[in-house]
Design a binder for this molecule. Structure first.
Ligand SMILES: [Zn+2]
Length: 376
């Protein structure tokens, strides 16, 4: 690994980009300047106070579509447990780079950015590269949503998402449908409950039905869809009959399931006492295993793994849910140096050995793409 990948990863880690609350402005401004200095054409856009995305382009001279990389600069909060290492430091200990966002996914961003710089001669003589760097991913792809709604994205031929996979090529992930259910009752004095309608009791009945609800049939690769009630709120004080509750349902789906159908079926199962609204609707992602470029990526990744690679998907969602449809659904691979188990953990780290591998791997994929022979 060149010194610069580690250095860049460390500089990105020193910015607090915890989301919530969400503030990527300083980190994004630093990175925009860094990319400009390296010869990228950079467009920085905002989607709220201190909320930013950027698109960086390094065009080639050969006719054809560029290769795109994407990553998010926001991170999840630190959690309640105390950290042994500085979450916004850049400690390197026993071959591990520590910090919030090291695995998910600032190290990956550093690796592909430096790989582009190191391979810029090939890029300039080839079909080019595009970097789509987002904020607001961890709260449901807010940045990516703003990016596709607010600007004309460049045409691209393939997309690499640097989310943590320990450098294993992943061809897809589940979709997410987040719904909010609400029940309404009638308030009354807690000493005279017969005069009211208790919205918590209505919610309790609804939750029993949700627990039994099957969102749909299993997918051969992604298996069964899942459902979880992650949050509930209701009632204002102990001595009143509550007249309102809300609860949030997190459904993870596969490409064989339509979100509109799931929502309709759940609404039917719950009946009229529950009002449903959609908080987030992110489709599943799945690339064709036999796509020529995907098979090439597998060839490049194989030497890094002892076992023969096979088609693999992950349960978490990524910005690809929104970016792919907006980019006319190019083939997409999720491939990053971070440890999947380290994402969102206390004392998050990325292995330097993986970071090293990723920089080389991204470089090979960049060079492959520039020849034009793996597009389409
Ligand atoms: Zn992530």
């Amino acid at each position: 690994m060149t010194h610069s990948t580690l250095l860049l990863a460390q500089r990105l880690l020193r910015f607090d980009t915890l989301n919530p609350p969400g503030d990527e402005a300083a980190c994004m401004a630093f990175f925009a300047e860094w990319l400009s200095e390296q010869g990228f054409a950079v467009t920085l856009t905002t989607f709220g106070e201190h909320r930013c995305n950027l698109v960086a382009q390094m065009p080639g001279t050969r006719p054809g579509r560029p290769l795109a990389f994407t990553g998010h600069l926001d991170t999840v909060p630190l959690g309640y447990q105390a950290w042994q290492y500085h979450p916004f430091g850049d400690d390197v200990i026993d071959g591990r780079l520590y910090g919030r966002g090291s695995s998910d996914m600032k190290a990956a961003i550093a690796a592909f950015a430096v790989a582009c710089v190191n391979h810029q001669a090939a890029i300039r003589a080839g079909t080019g590269v595009v970097l789509l760097i987002t904020g607001g991913e961890e709260t449901g792809c807010d940045g990516a949503r703003a990016l596709i709604e607010g600007s004309e994205l460049p045409e691209i031929g393939a997309l690499i998402v640097g989310e943590p996979t320990a450098n294993y090529p992943v061809i897809g992930h589940k979709g997410a449908l987040w719904l909010r259910g609400e029940t309404r009752g009638k308030t009354a004095h807690g000493a005279m409950p017969e005069r009211g309608i208790n919205a918590i009791y209505l919610a309790a009945e609804a939750l029993g039905k949700i627990r039994q609800f099957e969102p749909g049939a299993p997918h051969p690769l992604m298996k069964k869809p899942t459902l979880n009630v992650g949050r509930i709120q209701g009632g204002l004080n102990i001595n009143s009959v509550p007249d309102h509750t809300q609860f949030d349902v997190d459904i993870r789906t596969a490409p064989n399931l339509q979100h509109a159908t799931i929502r309709q079926n759940l609404a039917t199962a719950l009946g009229e006492t529950v009002t449903l609204s959609t908080l987030i609707d992110l489709p599943a992602v799945l690339s064709a295993e036999d796509n020529r470029w995907i098979t090439r990526v597998y060839q490049r990744c194989q030497p890094l793994h002892a076992q023969p690679l096979s088609a693999k998907v992950v349960p978490y969602f990524t910005d690809a849910s929104l970016l792919l449809p907006a980019l006319n659904n190019p083939p997409c691979i999720i491939l990053g140096p971070g440890e999947p188990d380290m994402a969102h953990q206390t004392d998050e780290y990325c292995l330097l050995s993986r970071l090293n591998e990723a920089e080389t791997l991204y470089g090979e994929l960049i060079d492959d793409w520039q020849t034009g022979q793996w597009d389409g």
